[in-house]
Structures are given as structure tokens and as C-alpha cells.
Ligand binder design. Structure first.
Ligand code: SAM
Length: 140
């Protein structure tokens, strides 16, 4: 089992995944804050970089090619959500899960969101494109 979480903060969720999935689970954390490196251990790897930096995400992909679960709990800005999805969605295993937290920001202008706004991550045509995937959201 390989889990990638974007957004480490104080390590709380990494600790929860470790307890839930057990010692064999490989956990990868991504954060822009270098201090998050302190949560690294034998089975937990932390990458420092920004989720809207395509080059950084491609480097990450070259090291870890498949995830069973990807959780995006990073900056929650529309470009960050979109770029991360565009770069990493194809790394999620076929029976895996791509999870995005706090999607209410898709309706908040301060996060570049807004109801039916073209660039919103949740929209009838996400990213304003006609051939983009349909994104289904289940409130948890
Ligand atoms: C909501 S907190 C994460 C909380 C954590 N997942 C938990 O539940 O304990 C958001 C984190 O995203 C990080 N972040 C903000 N912008 C980012 C970016 N562009 N790329 C990567 N991480 C970012 C912040 O530094 C912060 O640690």
C-alpha cells in the first residue's frame, strides 16, 4: 500500500494513516514547508516542493510511479488542485483513490474558485475544457 499526501503541516494526518494502515504501508508526504522534513522516518518519505510546480511533480513521479491513495490537502488553490490532478492522476492505481479535501474552496474567490467559474476545480466542465474528465465529488 502506497499513500501520497500533499499537505503535511504538523504531521497529524500522516500519524493517523500510519495507525490506520499499519507499519508496512509506505507513506509519502509533500509540503512546501522544509520543516515538514522532520516527519520523515524509515517508511515515511517527505518531499519538499510546491504542488503547482510541474517539474517537481515529475521528479516525484520518477521516484514513486504508483500510489494506491492520493490525498490532496495542500494549498487548495484552483491552479494547485488542477496542476496536481493533471500531473499525478495517472499515477493512481486502477483500483486506487484520488481524494481532494476542503473542496469548498472551489466556491471561494480568494482561492480562485467561484460557482460555475471557468477555472474552478468543480464545474460542469472542470478547467473550462470540453474534453476534461468529469469530477465526481462525494462530501465526507
Ligand atoms: C491543511 S494543512 C495540511 C494538514 C494535514 N494534511 C493534516 O490533516 O494534518 C496544508 C498544508 O499544505 C501546505 N501547502 C500549502 N501550499 C502548498 C503548495 N503549494 N505545495 C505543497 N504544500 C503546500 C502547507 O504548508 C500546509 O502544511
Amino acid at each position: 500500500m502506497v499513500i501520497l499526501e500533499i499537505g503535511v503541516y504538523r504531521g497529524g494526518s500522516l500519524e493517523m494513516w500510519r495507525k490506520f494502515f499499519g507499519p508496512q504501508c509506505e507513506i509519502i508526504g509533500v509540503d512546501i514547508n522544509p520543516l515538514c522534513k522532520r516527519f520523515e522516518d524509515e517508511k515515511t518519505k517527505i518531499f519538499i516542493g510546491s504542488q503547482d510546480d510541474r517539474e517537481f511533480l515529475r521528479e516525484l513521479k520518477s521516484e514513486i510511479s504508483k500510489f494506491d491513495i492520493l490525498i490532496d490537502d495542500g494549498g487548495h488553490m484552483m491552479d494547485q488542485l488542477r496542476i496536481t490532478f493533471e500531473e499525478l492522476y495517472d499515477c493512481v492505481a486502477e483500483d486506487g483513490v484520488y481524494l481532494v479535501e476542503d473542496l469548498h474552496t472551489c466556491y471561494w474567490p480568494a482561492y480562485e474558485g467561484g460557482y460555475k467559474r471557468k477555472n474552478s476545480f468543480i464545474a460542469p466542465n472542470p478547467f473550462g475544457a470540453t474534453n476534461s474528465p468529469t469530477i465526481s465529488c462525494l462530501p465526507l
